[in-house]
Design a protein around this ligand. Structure first.
Ligand SMILES: [Zn+2]
Ligand SMILES: [Zn+2]
Length: 177
């Protein structure tokens, strides 16, 4: 999805579009497998405005994402909504000095080259930065029994009943006189 800088021409532009579930697949190629997948088309709203040579891009995305819980390994779904703001400046002709002081604002600044801005890679990066690599289905998730692998959210396994640590037995008999 490319915008020509001269077409923006100081006028605000808004676009709403939808990309398939596998939109980020290509971007993720060669990366370690991530424990999530999109289960609905990804809705994207783009808003561009221009002030001098600087383009301000606001994007909002919404999609259903399915994760594998990091504790109990069960799949669970969430609707993800995120908003981003990026300011785009023309890439300077001269190389930047090696040591550039980075403040927060600089981190959200990107450069564009020539007369075209390709917004999709920017939006994709932002989505990937937002999505946690590890997620749990619920704060209260009990996870799996380390002995038998039973999902403890579905019920207690036999192991819990059998475990009696002799040290606790001692404590039980301990009395303060
Ligand atoms: Zn869980
Ligand atoms: Zn168990």
């Amino acid at each position: 999805m490319k915008f020509r800088v001269e077409d923006i021409g100081g006028e605000e532009q808004e676009q709403t579009l939808s990309q398939g579930e596998n939109w980020l697949e290509e971007r993720l190629a060669g990366e370690p497998q991530r424990p999530f997948r999109f289960t609905s088309p990804i809705k994207i709203r783009l808003h561009l405005s221009q002030s001098g040579k600087v383009i301000l891009l606001r994007s909002r995305i919404e999609a259903k994402v399915e994760w594998m819980c990091a504790r109990c390994l069960d799949p669970f779904s969430r609707t993800l909504t995120s908003e981003f703001k990026t300011s785009l400046k023309p890439r300077p002709d001269f190389p930047l000095p090696d040591e550039v002081e980075l403040n927060r604002e600089d981190l959200e600044t990107e450069f564009y080259e020539g007369e075209e801005i390709d917004v999709f890679p920017l939006v994709q990066d932002q989505i990937l930065l937002t999505l946690p690599a590890k997620a749990i289905c619920d704060e209260e998730c009990r996870g799996l029994c380390p002995k038998c692998g039973q999902n403890l959210n579905r019920g207690i396994c036999q192991c819990a009943e059998k475990v009696t640590d002799p040290r606790f037995e001692l404590l039980r008999n301990f009395r303060v006189h």
